[in-house]
Design a protein around this ligand. Structure first.
Ligand code: SAH
Ligand code: SF4
Ligand code: F3S
Length: 451
């Protein structure tokens, strides 16, 4: 082929992008390239980009500028921009950064190999047309040896008025349950213990698949999928993200309560606690409906941990409407909340609305919300004090090599004394001795059986 040897991937953005990067890394490994941590040592640099907010997009341009400069000294450097900025900008990216070799949207991630062949034969390539996503046959280069992501649905059919995702990720495409199960089976065999099923709106899974049962109920829902995959050997824990309140059913909640491998952790973004704002966002639910979902979860699983995303400073949001978001957060008590100031995005309806708020107002609301969130997270953490929890050990604590770290079923990061060479991938019962807003310290209760 060529003299290419080392590659580097930097990933911006969400879990979907991270999973795409792992699959693209697998393809590059298959092509005989070797991973390097340092982009400046690499012969192929791939930026897997995010455009959810303006600051995510700008970060990519500053990284790219540096590599484009390096290409002038090293002309055989291959520069690839993948992901959501690539999809959004397409050809315009080549005009902005002519040094680029390949611009490829997220739907094309599994086609990286053939796209690179075109690049190596001497052309600049832009791959952003909508396609049916092909099943991946290469083995992803997974970051962790303990927990793995498995895509179950690509794309998004919602039209939230602030959001670029439907435009850049395309329409929903669900994978076949059998393909998902066999990927999980392979992962289980390789020694992974935990799987996170991924989708932008994972609870919308299956709407594009055939199958209605005798009573007229749609089969192939996320609930059906969970029953179908939960007994895969080797996999001890199953999570899923991200859930949309619109599709979160009681049947799904029952399944999570009933299936022992399903972790009691739910990520269900609410975005705003005010009904008029929710309507302007086109979210398709009210705050009352959101509260009912959380109540139902807690009825079945009183200790479930709940996380979410929220946006402050949406166009036209009044102080009173923002107060409704604070009220929802105060009432529910989140274990974790990802917060963001509204960022107007190209091609989205809300960006064109006249009633945009000042950056100062958004910043102030963000700070007030964040303050409440960290208070709550600390209070929610305290319920773990002295409790016995099960931790899946993932890695050494980078700040203290005498400790290992992992997560509880509720997804709290937990540290305890131990030897990673013995404990990695083990489920260890621990007793919590110290709690902080976003992490715990514990002592192990038994020596686990070493496989
Ligand atoms: N599909 C998921 C979220 C995907 S995007 C859902 O519907 O909940 C991840 C998060 O980014 C969103 O939950 C939202 O809180 C945030 N986000 C999306 N667009 C944004 C924008 N224009 N400005 C600020 N935050 C945004
Ligand atoms: Fe964006 Fe809404 Fe789709 Fe989530 S559901 S990805 S916020 S459009
Ligand atoms: Fe970003 Fe694309 Fe994910 S815009 S949040 S990487 S879907």
């Amino acid at each position: 082929m060529t003299a290419l040897r080392r590659y580097h991937i930097t990933t911006f953005g969400c879990q979907m992008n991270k999973a795409d990067s792992e699959r693209m890394g697998g393809i590059l490994d298959d092509m005989g390239l070797v991973w390097t941590e340092d982009p400046n040592q690499a012969d192929l640099v791939l930026y897997n980009t995010c455009t959810i907010r303006d600051n995510a997009e700008q970060k990519v341009y500053s990284y790219l500028g540096r590599q484009a400069k390096r290409k002038h000294e090293q002309p055989d450097l291959t520069l690839v921009v993948a992901g959501c900025v690539a999809q959004q900008e397409g050809e315009a990216l080549l005009r902005r950064v002519p040094e680029l070799d390949l611009v490829m949207g997220p739907q094309h991630a599994n086609r990286l190999g053939e796209l690179l062949e075109q690049v190596f034969s001497g052309t600049q390539v832009v791959a952003t047309e909508p396609i049916e996503i092909i099943e991946d046959i290469t083995k992803p280069r997974r970051d962790s040896e303990v927990t793995a992501w498995v895509n179950v649905i690509y794309g998004c059919n919602e039209r939230c008025t602030y959001c670029v995702v439907p435009g850049v990720r395309g329409v929903e495409q669900s994978r076949e349950p059998t393909a998902i199960r066999s990927e999980m089976a392979a992962i289980g065999q390789q020694g992974y213990r935990e799987v996170t099923l991924l989708g932008q709106n994972i609870d919308a899974y299956g709407r594009d698949l055939p199958g209605i049962d005798a009573s007229g109920r749609r089969q192939n829902t996320l609930t059906d999928l969970l029953y179908f995959v939960h007994d895969v050997p080797g996999i001890e824990r199953i999570r899923f993200a991200t859930s949309h309140p619109r599709y979160f059913t009681e049947r799904l909640i029952q399944a999570c309560a009933e299936l022992p491998k399903l972790c009691e952790h739910f990520h269900i973004p609410f975005q705003s606690g005010d009904n008029a704002v929710l309507k302007a966002m086109a979210r398709g639910y009210t705050h009352e409906k959101y509260r009912r979902i959380i109540d139902t979860i807690r009825r079945y699983m009183p200790d479930a941990s709940i996380s979410a995303d929220a946006i402050v400073g949406f166009p036209g949001e009044t102080e009173a409407q923002f107060q409704n978001t604070l009220r929802l957060v105060a009432d529910i008590g989140f274990d974790l909340l990802n917060t963001a100031a509204y960022s107007p995005r190209p091609g989205t309806p809300a960006a064109l609305w006249p009633d945009q708020l000042d950056e100062e107002v958004k910043k102030d609301r963000l700070q007030r919300l964040n303050h409440l969130v960290s208070q709550q997270a600390e209070a929610r953490s305290q319920r773990y004090q002295n409790r016995i929890e099960e931790v899946l050990v993932e890695a050494i604590n980078p700040k203290d090599p005498t400790q290992v770290m992992g997560r509880t079923r509720g997804n709290r990061l937990t540290f305890f004394e131990g030897d990673i060479s013995q404990l990695k991938g083990q489920l260890v019962p621990v007793q919590v001795t110290e709690t902080r807003a976003f992490s715990l310290t514990a002592v192990p209760l038994l020596s686990p059986v070493v496989a």
